[in-house]
Design a protein around this ligand. Sequence first.
Ligand code: XBP
Ligand code: MG
Length: 256
Amino acid sequence: MNQLKCLLWDVDGTLADTERDGHRVAFNMAFEEAGLDRRWDVPTYGELLKVTGGKERIQFDIDRGGMHNMPHETIAQIHASKTIHYQNLIADGLIPLRPGVLRLLEEAYAADIILGVATTTTPSALNALIEHSLGHAWFERFAVLAAGDIVPAKKPAPDIYTYAMKELGVSPEETLALEDSGNGWLAAQAAKLKCVITVNDYTRNQDFNGADLVVSEFGEPDSPAVEIFINSHNLNDVHHVTLEHLQRIMTKTGSW
Ligand code: XBP
Ligand code: MG
């Protein structure tokens, strides 16, 4: 029987709904600054989210003919400017944490669960979110911040999860991933991790077949009950997701 020893957190869409009003807006600001007439509206950005990584997303849009005037700057320069705009948006306090995130983090930290981050986003973008939405103390409380180009292949490849576990000295059998997207779920699955998913407007129709628990959000005790979409372990008391639910998921043998 496996005990929960480590929680690995995805960032965008899981800790906070950063994509629509954060990253997307910052990309558009950078395009404007670079003299590009391209703007990513909300549905277009939803399509582009199938490509993980901001630089890769811009490249993909160029390759598919989305950008009609080619950028003067390189993609790396446009992305660097996007990251600064994103950091400023986060510093303005526009993107709160999702419901239940801080409660679960605090519960797990108090229980001596090892906490780590495994994300596709750029380290400086992650740092801004920790500083302004979580609080400075969390730089110490996360035992690893695995982000961006630190691995060659981004999600849906398992690499960022494998890297984080190696840094922490933990095994997949004692680690649970918290994700929000199909690409995140594929990455966790390929890393042989159990996985709980909190969907959002961009991801609720994606394929999470085989995930351990898929819910609308982690929720809060004093809010209405969360919606449950997949409940592979038949947890029968999920009003909001607690550390105890995550521990129960880990103790299941995988015979479902
Ligand atoms: C989400 C991503 C990132 C962000 C943009 O990462 O795919 O590319 O959309 O961030 P995750 P960057 O869900 O793994 O946290 O522009 O910094 O790549
Ligand atoms: Mg995500």
